[in-house]
Design a protein around this ligand. Structure first.
Ligand code: AGP
Length: 605
């Protein structure tokens, strides 16, 4: 969702801000703006792509070495120049960028209007500069601290003030914000890629930590204005990780990065004939756990469905999987022997974070699988298992999903090794198999030509079905979501056995049904389900293992995937589905990396 960049230093702020905002484009936005301070604050805002802002900026004098910038994903008020950030006081002396939602903005707006403040936008954010102005008595930090005491909701704020030309003030609460530490220059940003070109040294901020950014100095304070000291976090990836590297789109690059991401996620954790070790997690941490809830949104939820299967089969611990936005409102039965596991690529998804907080309040142990070091879920959960996918820029998640699966298998085996639910030899054989997955995904990728051909055949369809049983059903859900989000084709995933209870009425001559049939134990039943749709004229695309030789005549097109233990098959079988979605979107000339209406990190509930 919204992206923030702030800068103070030796270079032209405008260039640093625009470049940083471009790196945050992946988060999703519908307008952008910057303020640059040079004696006076000059602000330019434009609806639409960043290119519009760049074009408009040419008409303004934006020279100056201090500024703030923002990409906005509209929540309160339509996307427009006026509603874009930064928002300013009437005298243009204070300028603010904000990510999050001010929940009590209506009440504050009324109060401020009664004090004579004039509002020009429909946004919740506009109360912030006015509020800061009412508290301003010559010290911007003091005024921002006081203003945040009146604000309810979530915020990451970047603030500049004409009367304090050597300072950017920032703070976060429930919205991401990091500080980049440069040489004679310093930065704030919503995410690391925005500042990576300039520095790999960052502070990962906690909630209600205030930042005073100066050219040669960064000072951190708590809400009582006590100075805080913090360790510098060294970013382990470089700027190239957040670039396309010769691929046409980030999504394709990220699909091809999957073999490496799998290896990186397993490294040091899964070693043949050795105990699985989870970073900083005590051997007995989960000894008393009797039940697990996996809570997540979207693709991460789909990974959770596979995780349930793996954990139950390997360790015997019962698992429920919940959509995070539903979990909190259904009053789940949580006890001290319940483990709540949240899965989130970004680690900032508002519903997932809220579910985590609820679970903590109820006294459960909490566990996070996330890709972002220092993200909110990683800081708030009792235990963290990082996926090592590297930065995922495309809105459609691919490599993060596959590493979530790998992390879940690793966790399931970790539990299994002390539970005696399955034989030791079985644990060992799955571990060995897990270590071959990177090569198997590599092999699936070698088959990309066939996914491309299928995409050329099906891209004009208006409805596409995905079918599978067991884990194949969970993969079908993910394949269907990928297609929907980037190609805008309506698509439904169904469990093989469920079709005849209603949806089969939709199957007619030529309806495309993508069938996953990877599990030997379920094959007979799945073959029958496929025949049910073939009889009604469906066009069948089959995703099947190399060794499968029966009933091949049922399929119109076949994609082969490497054979593997059925528990692990989702890792290889999702790859052709990702590629089909990608190539269909290309055929339809869609904006693959930034699909309409979507944001990479959904920080509102
Ligand atoms: C994935 O392709 C989606 N864009 C989306 O469903 C995503 O997985 C979901 O919003 C959860 O995000 P998170 O993993 O960052 O929490």
């Amino acid at each position: 969702m919204c992206g923030i960049v702030g800068y103070i230093g030796k270079n032209e702020a405008k260039n640093v801000l625009i470049d940083g905002l471009a790196k945050l484009e992946y988060r999703g936005y519908d307008s952008a703006g910057i303020s640059v301070l040079n004696n006076k604050i000059t602000t330019v805002k434009a609806k639409g792509q960043l290119a519009n802002l760049v074009k408009k900026s040419k008409d303004f004098n934006l020279e100056g070495n201090i500024g703030i910038g923002h990409t906005r994903w509209a929540t309160h008020g339509e996307p427009s120049d006026l509603n874009s950030h930064p928002h300013l006081t009437e005298n243009k002396k204070i300028s603010v960028v904000h990510n999050g939602i001010i929940e009590n903005y209506e009440e504050l707006r009324e109060e401020l209007k009664n004090k004579g403040k004039k509002f020009v936008s429909q946004t919740d954010t506009e109360v912030v500069p006015h509020l800061i102005e009412t508290f301003y008595e010559g010290n911007l930090l003091d005024a921002v601290i006081k203003a945040t005491k009146r604000i309810e909701g979530s915020y990451a704020l970047g603030v500049i003030c004409e009367d304090e030309p050597d300072t950017v003030v920032a703070v976060r609460k429930d919205s991401p914000l990091i500080v980049g530490l440069g040489d004679g220059e310093n930065f704030i940003a919503s995410d690391i890629p925005a500042i990576l070109k300039h520095t790999k040294d960052v502070y990962l901020l906690n909630d209600k930590e205030f930042v005073v950014l100066e050219k040669d100095k960064v000072t951190l304070f708590d809400e009582n204005k006590n100075e805080i000291k913090k360790d510098v976090y060294k970013v382990t990836f470089d700027d190239t990780a957040a670039q396309k590297g010769g691929f046409d789109h980030f999504m394709l690059k990220e699909i091809y990065e999957q073999p490496k991401a799998i290896k990186d996620t397993l490294a040091g954790r899964v070693i043949p004939k050795e105990r699985i070790v989870l970073d900083n997690i005590d051997k007995d941490a989960f000894q008393n756990i009797e039940r697990i809830f996996i809570v997540a949104c979207g693709t991460a939820y789909h990974a959770g469905l596979i995780g349930k299967n793996a954990i139950e089969r390997l360790s015997g611990v019962p698992v429920d999987v919940d959509i995070a936005s539903e979990f909190r409102y259904r009053n789940p039965i949580l006890t001290k022997n319940t483990l709540v596991m949240v899965i989130s690529q970004s680690g900032e998804t508002a519903d997932t974070l809220a579910a985590l907080r609820l679970s903590k309040e109820r006294g459960c142990k909490t566990f996070a699988i996330t890709n972002v070091v220092g993200s909110s879920v990683s800081r708030e959960a009792d235990y963290v298992l990082y996926t090592h996918a590297g930065p995922e820029i495309a809105v459609a998640s691919t490599k993060a999903y596959i590493t979530q699966l790998v992390a879940l298998y690793t966790f399931a085996l970790y539990l299994a090794q002390d539970r005696n639910y399955i034989e030791r030899e079985k644990i060992e054989s799955i571990k060995e198999e897990l270590l071959t997955l990177s090569d198997k995904v590599e092999k699936s990728l070698e088959n990309s030509k066939i996914s491309k051909e299928i995409a050329q055949k099906i891209h004009k369809e208006t409805d596409i079905f995905y079918l599978g049983r067991g884990m194949d059903y969970a993969v079908a859900m993910e394949g269907s979501l990928k297609l929907k989000e980037i190609s805008y084709i309506h698509s439904e995933p169904y469990a093989g056995g469920e079709l005849k209870h209603g949806p089969i009425a939709l199957i007619e001559n030529g309806t495309v049904v993508i069938c996953l049939n990877t599990n030997k134990e379920l094959r007979g039943k799945m073959d029958s389900n496929i025949k049910e749709v073939v009889t009604r004229g469906a066009y069948i695309v089959g995703v099947i293992p190399e060794s499968y030789t029966d009933n091949l005549e049922t399929y119109n097109t076949i994609i082969r995937i490497p054979d593997t233990d059925p528990i692990l098959s989702p890792v290889a079988s999702v790859v052709p589905l990702q590629l089909i979605a990608y190539y269909v979107a290309i055929e339809k000339d869609c904006n693959v990396d930034k699909p309409r209406n979507l944001a990479k990190s959904v920080t509102v509930e």
